[in-house]
Ligand binder design. Structure first.
Ligand code: UDP
Length: 409
């Protein structure tokens, strides 16, 4: 069931929603077709599920299609994904061959009909080969960090990318120099999705009971995949320092399955070993689609950590700030864009720094509340789904008026 755009009025203000309708009027009956590589799983699909119906509700026709590919193709694009992030450099000519072949198959079978065609991420990037035949306006929406990619792979992808009318990146730090216009559009969270909406206290209480957490004592939480770069081990070390002074604190490390990621499994095991002798450390392996439980854990927390060593945007930070929690985040990637140190949360570089900031928050709840309120406003103004929607509408207008120096709205 999709939630109406009207439901967002009370969250972002009625003026903002009116503005969306006004912008939509300038799109003059033109349509947008989103294309990605999966209908479920992952942040891109999650956002499209919400954005597409909302765009339609504003009177702009939006559709969403998914390319088809074999398991082999998706193994290749997974390797591409890692290599674009600068890790795992074994990209072969055979892989390029498989990518081209799947692209050809999809070019043969897919209906490309949008006035604006927005292609998400590298997997469907090759569909641009149809541009000369069918015209339309084409945008390549890149959700990943390609600032330090495997060189051969980037050369290969770049040949497709430069044919687009525009590229869209999530942050300046993630992008590449390209000879086409570039839009910067930050990610967003949906305040009405299960992961973020208000919850009944009874549900939050039931989650705490399930995981044997005491609601009367402080709870420090980090929600993330068990990945070395998310630094769950550093989190436990920081907790231990704080525990010496505040022996009533509890720690929750909650994250998804690491079964297909050997490195992740080792990190999880180490965390479990470190936590084994302390009943106040809860290491929770959450199944997929635990959105409501994650929401409850975040809402029940006294402090939320995201002590990453390297990070993409860091949506867990956005989610926690939206729940008016004081957040401590590693000074990296998109966390730096969200946390203004001392104002919307604390930025940290070390285990010791993290421990100190946890203590600051426990010692000074008034300042912690103030940061949490600022964080909430920062997210409300910058990182909600409705802002994302507005940005996509503006991209449609900009593409339609390609070449104009002034776009009057
Ligand atoms: N998340 C989840 N289950 C887990 C761990 C994380 O659903 O076990 C969610 C989390 O709430 C957030 C997203 O996955 O919405 C992670 O996004 P983020 O940008 O923080 O990190 P990524 O995992 O993409 O590096």
């Amino acid at each position: 069931m999709s939630i109406s755009i009207e439901a967002y009025r009370q969250i972002v203000g009625t003026q903002f929603i009116d503005e969306l309708y006004r912008i939509a009027e300038h799109i003059n009956g033109r349509s947008i077709q989103h294309i990605n590589s999966t209908p479920v799983g992952g942040g891109v699909a999650e956002i499209l599920h919400r954005l597409v119906p909302l765009t339609n509700e504003l009177g702009v026709k939006a559709t969403w299609d998914v390319i088809k590919g074999s398991e082999e193709f998706f193994n290749v694009t997974k390797a591409f994904h890692n290599a674009l992030h600068g890790s795992g450099n074994d990209i072969t000519g055979e892989m390029f061959g498989i990518f081209r072949e799947t692209t050809r198959d999809n070019l043969g079978t897919m209906n490309l009909y949008g006035d604006v065609i927005m292609i998400h991420d590298p997997q469907p990037a090759g569909l641009i080969a149809k541009k000369n035949e069918i015209g339309r306006k084409w945008a390549w929406r890149c959700h990943i960090d390609v600032s330090q990619p495997n060189k051969n792979l980037w050369e290969f992808l770049r040949e497709y990318v430069v044919q687009y009318h525009a590229s869209i990146f999530s942050m300046p730090d993630f992008s590449q120099q390209l000879p086409i216009p570039q839009f910067l559009i930050a990610p967003s969270i949906d305040p009405l999705a299960d992961k973020n909406r208000e919850l009944e206290q009874s549900f939050i209480d039931s989650v705490l009971e399930k995981y044997e957490l005491d609601p009367e004592r402080p709870i420090i939480t980090q929600i993330s995949r068990f990945d070395r770069l998310k630094d769950p081990i550093g989190v436990i070390k920081a907790y231990r320092i704080v525990k010496k002074r505040y022996d009533d604190i509890q720690l929750v490390l909650a994250g998804g399955g690491a079964s297909d990621d050997p490195e992740g499994a080792a990190v999880l095991q180490k965390a479990q070993e470190m936590g084994a002798d302390d009943q106040d450390i809860k290491i929770l392996l959450l199944p997929a689609y635990s959105d409501k439980e994650i929401n409850a854990l975040q809402r029940a927390s006294t402090v939320v950590l995201q002590k990453s060593i390297k990070e993409g945007f860091g949506l867990t930070v956005t989610e926690a700030m939206w729940k008016r929690k004081p957040v401590i985040g590693g000074a990296t990637g998109g966390i730096r864009k969200q946390i203004i140190d001392g104002v919307t949360g604390y930025l940290v570089h070390t285990v010791e720094g993290t421990a100190r900031r946890i203590i600051d928050i426990l010692n000074n709840p008034k300042h912690a509340d103030e940061m949490a309120r600022n964080g909430y406003e920062h997210v409300r103004n910058n990182f909600l789904l409705t802002r994302h929607l507005k940005d996509y509408l503006l991209v449609m207008i900009a593409l339609e008026r390609d070449g104009s120096d002034v776009i009057e709205l």
